[in-house]
Each structure stands twice: as structure tokens, then as C-alpha cells.
Design a protein around this ligand. Structure first.
Ligand code: CA
Length: 216
């Protein structure tokens, strides 16, 4: 097993609250290098009484270099001590916060910790997002539906776009093409900035409460 490739951090996308009862844990290994990975886990105040448990992790993604293993765990008391057990052929390796071990480490304080499944850490997207198919629109370059609001020096549609030139796209242009978007199966639009700003991209917003006059 190539130890240099094995990676986990007890935070971010490697260890996170999936919902109020479930922690997702991930580990990376060199692609095709490890045949089995198990999570070794338990409760820090019960570990010495009831011991730890093991549960097999599954490869949930691969790229050209790595396998990515994942498991979902529901800790009884919403907190978790954990480490990993990796196997390939006759070789077994334990990994925890302190690094690699060739026999099972007895000291639970060497293990990783997920301190508490705090409801504030659970990302709760609105229910409609799960069925949404988004289309991202850069309004300046989507369609010019109203030439009366065009900025000065507007280019003819189809000319070469540059980082700073203008084509006059606006909200009317989007409205004019809603049928087309609907036919594509789109039911949500992600707009690049629409608010008042001097550039064509409008990330340099001046007033978040005012639609730019060239977009209206
Ligand atoms: Ca326009």
C-alpha cells in the first residue's frame, strides 16, 4: 500500500454532518492499491466498556490516480471517535490521527474525532432544489431583447466577444427565450450578477437593490 497516497482530514468534505443523525467519512488511496477499507469507530466514553465497531467502506468515486472510499455512520450519541483499517493481500494497516500503525492502536486518544453532530452544521437546501435543472445565464451575452437600453459602443450581435466589450443582452432577452429554456427541461435559472455595475460581467456591484439600467 502506498502510504503517501492515503489521505483523510477530519473536516470539510472528508468528514461532515450529512444530516442530524449521520456523519459521512471519506478516505483516499492510490487507485487499485487497496482491496478493503474498514472504518474502526466508537463512542469516546464507551470505547473502554463496549469496545469499537468496524464497518466496511465502499469506493464511491475514482479518478486516474486515486480511489475514494466513503461510509455513512449514525453514532448513537452524535459524536464519533474513528480510524481506518486498510487491507491488501497479507498486509494490514491502521490509520488514525497519529499516522500509520501495523497493529491495532489501543489508545483511543490517537483516533480521529468528530466532536458532535450539531444541527447548525447540517446543510439544508430547500426541497425544490432537488428536482431543479439549472441553466446559468450571463445576461450581457444571452440575448438582446431591448435595444433602447443598450450601453454606449454596443457591438453587433455575433462580433468577437472580449473581456470588456458589450452586446446589450438584458432581461427582456431572457424573457423572449423562456419557451426555449422550458423545452430544454430547464426549471431554474442561475443568473450572473444583474445589479448596477460598470462592467459587462457586473461582479463589481455598486447597488444590490438596483437592477442595472442596461439589464432592465
Ligand atoms: Ca439591450
Amino acid at each position: 500500500m502506498l502510504r503517501e497516497a492515503i489521505y483523510h482530514r477530519p473536516k470539510n468534505n472528508w468528514s461532515y454532518a450529512y444530516d442530524r443523525e449521520t456523519v459521512h467519512l471519506r478516505l483516499r488511496t492510490k487507485r487499485g492499491d487497496v482491496s478493503q477499507v474498514s472504518l474502526v469507530y466508537g463512542d469516546k466514553y464507551n470505547w473502554h466498556i463496549v469496545g469499537c465497531q468496524t464497518a466496511e467502506m465502499k469506493v464511491f468515486a475514482q479518478d486516474s490516480l486515486f480511489d475514494y472510499w466513503q461510509i455513512a455512520v449514525k453514532p448513537t450519541y452524535r459524536r464519533l471517535k474513528y480510524g481506518f483499517k486498510l487491507q491488501e493481500g497479507d498486509e494490514t494497516l491502521w490509520m488514525n490521527e497519529q499516522g500509520f500503525h501495523e497493529s491495532e492502536p489501543a489508545n483511543i486518544y490517537l483516533y480521529y474525532e468528530f466532536p458532535f453532530l450539531n444541527p447548525a452544521d447540517v446543510f439544508a437546501p430547500p426541497a425544490w432544489v432537488k428536482d431543479a435543472v439549472f441553466y446559468q445565464i450571463f445576461p450581457e451575452r444571452f440575448a438582446n431583447g431591448d435595444s433602447s437600453n443598450d450601453p454606449d459602443n454596443v457591438e453587433s450581435w455575433g462580433e468577437e466577444p472580449t473581456p470588456s466589450n458589450f452586446f446589450g443582452g438584458d432581461l427582456q432577452g431572457v424573457i423572449d427565450h423562456l419557451d426555449h429554456l422550458e423545452k430544454l427541461g430547464i426549471n431554474a435559472i442561475y443568473f450572473n450578477p444583474l445589479f448596477e455595475a460598470p462592467t459587462n460581467h457586473k461582479y463589481d456591484t455598486i447597488d444590490y437593490r438596483k437592477i442595472d439600467p442596461t439589464r432592465k
